[in-house]
Design a protein around this ligand. Structure first.
Ligand code: ATP
Ligand code: MG
Length: 259
């Protein structure tokens, strides 16, 4: 069973500390949601896990099944079974969606274990049908000219094709229409198994009506300040974040600087 363990993680961007001691454990079979105000470090956490070079880990550890993730190159992290659906997926001109997926799957499987073209096409057709995607999306350049919602749906296609151990979905619900939200959620739910752990970053409780999380965490000022079950997301939706700030005695960052 996969276990992603994050301990006392501190991350700086261009010399500024953004994450200030994050502790989190995501196991196979579990779905965790992270919510929190804008700019509190949620995407920074995902970038640091995936090894984006701009995000410097200054303290703490990340392990996957006991292996040191911080020692791994970016491609090794993907091969080890980590997956990130980015908040803003990049457009890659000149590489078709299908070619990208096949290369990514083969990188994951390793030399000598590549997926056959027949098997790949069958799997791709099956997953695209499941996600109600138009088949010509496979032959377009990756994300180029995709609408916001198409990009998000395509991230879930990647998820279903790559079958990672641990996936981080950064605002997978942003920009989705109601039907697309249901389809994307259906994709994530289809992945649910004891071999798959998932970290969902979202601003809205609505997504969690479709994908029921086991745990909900609140991130503020670079730390996870509160954890609970789905009821925590409901309270945030209803009341916002002020009550947590009051409860924890957290001041607005700007106020802190003036003091
Ligand atoms: N590459 C970068 N260069 C400069 N600053 C950055 C960079 N990445 C993140 N930051 C800063 O770090 C802070 C946290 O950003 P991050 O994207 O992690 O927030 P977030 O919690 O994901 O917010 P949102 O809910 O708006 O997506 C912000 O103040 C942001 O400006
Ligand atoms: Mg973000």
């Amino acid at each position: 069973m996969a276990v992603l363990t994050i301990k006392d993680l501190h991350v700086s961007v261009e010399g500024k500390e953004i994450l200030k001691g994050v502790n989190l454990e995501v196991k196979g079979g579990e779905i965790h949601a992270i919510m929190g105000p804008n700019g509190t470090g949620k995407s920074t956490l995902s970038s640091a896990i995936m090894g984006h070079p701009k995000y410097e880990v200054t303290k703490g550890s990340i392990t996957l099944d006991g292996q040191d993730v911080l020692e791994m190159e970016v491609d090794e992290r993907a091969r080890a079974g980590l997956f990130l659906a980015m908040q803003y997926p990049s457009e890659i001109s000149g590489v078709t969606n299908a070619d990208f997926l096949r290369a990514a799957i083969n990188a994951r499987l390793g030399e000598g274990n590549e997926i056959s073209l027949m098997k790949f096409i069958r799997k791709l057709d099956e997953k695209m049908e499941f996600l109600e995607m138009n088949s010509d999306m496979a032959h377009r350049y990756l994300n180029e000219g995709f609408s916001g919602g198409e990009k998000k749906r395509n991230e879930i296609l990647q998820l279903m094709m790559l079958e990672p151990k641990i996936a981080i979905l950064d605002e997978i619900d942003s920009g989705l229409d109601i039907d697309a939200l249901k389809i994307v959620s259906k994709g994530v739910n289809e992945m649910r198994s004891s071999d798959f752990g998932c970290l969902i970053i979202t601003h809205y409780q609505r997504l969690l009506n479709y994908i029921t999380p086991d745990y909900v965490h609140v991130m503020m000022q670079g730390r996870i300040v509160k954890s609970g079950g789905p009821e925590l997301a409901q309270r945030l939706e209803a009341e916002g974040y002020d009550w947590i700030k009051k409860e924890l005695g957290i001041e607005e960052e700007t106020v802190e600087q003036e003091a």
